[in-house]
Design a protein around this ligand. Structure first.
Ligand code: FE2
Length: 427
């Protein structure tokens, strides 16, 4: 007797009529058509809808989430006022409140089929209050969300007093990944020095590394080049990520033609945050205004692993959002003009498999032996899923049902259309 059997599912790779069996939290069979003689404790007819591995957010700030309006709203809506506002809020933060807001967000995430999150946590405050709070959250949500934490020196690891010591202490406490923010250091040289030092820490400790890198419109901000170089020098290929990299949007095209192969060669992955990049970048422009997102299709074409992150939900930087990675993918494909069928599917990958690769998630996917952790979407394929930001009908983690909602009858979906969309009478 199986634990879980899902029949008649479409998969992200385009296969349809698929059966997926799970036992002890793992996928045991993936077959076209019915599995002969299979019986399970829970059997679900997917009705032709899309079964995907769960969503993954590789870039988030859980210590700030749901703090919108505290102590005031970001009037200008700019990145710099957001950082200043976060500075005002920090002395008022209480661990209990951070934990409560983070746990609320994790509930939202589960309902949206988002079961793995990489969150940066600000290490600038010597008390490491937010670090302790998110380590506690990580423990509490472990049965339903893989939460990976990045030691993030928001005020600059060299620019702020005690920055390096605080970051190292956060890692000692169990924070998983080394972070950084080179473009916020005092000079370009200091930024490059911070990249070198932080990559060395990652190498020494055997950790992954993920830096906010060149999050500006400055065409000469080139820390991604240093990050790629240090990654190769220290043998960290496949373990390092550059987040945002928005300056690449504004760089000289000749220089980018040299840079892209360097990034690919170093095995550095890149995370764009479409919702945030499109709202925070290009703010000094009149018209034409730059989009401010990194060069996603060009990076992908060069062989770089590119993922999309949510970055912020209702915090000092961004008052919108709901933990919906399909909304992130939707914005990403618009900003990057990835409207070809291939481009849309690549945007779906950016919030699933590519993001899982950034996080080094084990057991992710729909192959036999992977975790039975997936989401059933009210859409027949990945293109429709993004178009509709489709309902999450069921969410499982390791074979256990975590969330479900009733199918909403809609003229917007094409699955089962003749029977269920009798809104228009044609005589
Ligand atoms: Fe960020």
């Amino acid at each position: 007797m199986l634990d879980l059997l899902i029949t008649n599912a479409a998969l992200p790779d385009g296969r349809s009529g698929m059966s997926i069996a799970a036992q002890n939290g793992k996928i045991t069979e993936v077959t076209q058509g019915p599995i002969a003689g299979a019986q399970a404790t829970e059997t679900v007819d997917a009705g032709g809808y899309l079964l995907s591995p769960h969503f993954v957010d590789p870039h988030f700030h859980m210590d700030a989430t749901l703090s919108y309006g505290l102590p005031r709203v970001n009037e200008s809506g700019t990145l710099l006022e957001g950082i200043a506002l976060w500075g005002e809020l920090k002395p008022m933060l209480k661990a209990e409140a951070i934990i409560e807001r983070a746990l609320s967000y994790c509930d939202w995430a589960v309902a949206k089929g988002l079961l793995a999150i990489r969150s940066h946590v600000d290490t600038s405050d010597a008390s490491l209050l937010a670090v302790d709070a998110l380590l506690e959250v990580k423990k509490q949500v472990a049965p339903y969300i893989d939460l990976q934490l990045v030691a993030f020196p928001q005020d600059g690891v060299l620019r702020s007093k005690g920055g390096m010591d605080n970051l190292k202490r956060a890692l000692d406490k169990g924070v998983d990944v080394v972070g950084g923010i080179p473009h916020y250091e005092r000079t370009m040289a200091e930024g490059a020095a911070s990249v070198k030092l932080l990559c060395e820490i990652a190498a020494e400790r055997g950790l992954l590394c993920d830096m906010h890198c060149d999050e500006s419109d400055d065409p000469l901000s080139r820390h991604i080049e240093t990050l790629a170089f240090e990654t190769q020098r220290l043998g960290l290929q496949g373990r390092v990520n550059g987040s945002h990299c928005t300056s690449m949007h504004s760089m000289d095209n000749y220089y980018v033609s040299k840079l892209l192969p360097l990034i690919a060669e170093s095995g550095v992955s890149v995370i764009a945050n479409p919702l945030i990049n499109i709202t925070l970048q290009g703010r000094h422009d009149t018209y034409p205004k730059r989009r401010g997102m990194t060069r996603v299709p060009e990076l992908m074409a060069a062989g770089v692993n590119v993922a999309f992150g949510h970055d912020c939900v209702m915090d000092p930087w961004y008052g919108m959002g709901s933990g919906d990675m399909l909304e992130v993918a939707h914005m990403g494909l618009h900003v990057a003009q990835m409207t070809s069928q291939k481009g849309i599917r690549q945007c779906f990958d950016a919030v699933t498999v590519n993001a899982a690769q950034v996080m080094h998630l084990q057991g992710y996917g729909l192959e036999v032996g992977c975790d039975a952790s997936f989401v059933l979407l009210q859409a027949r394929d990945t293109v429709e899923a993004i178009r509709l930001r489709a309902n999450r009908l069921k969410v499982w983690r390791k074979g256990r049902l975590l969330a479900e909602m009733a199918e909403v009858v809609s003229t917007l979906t094409l699955v089962n259309r003749p029977a269920k969309t009798a809104f228009f009478k044609v005589s």
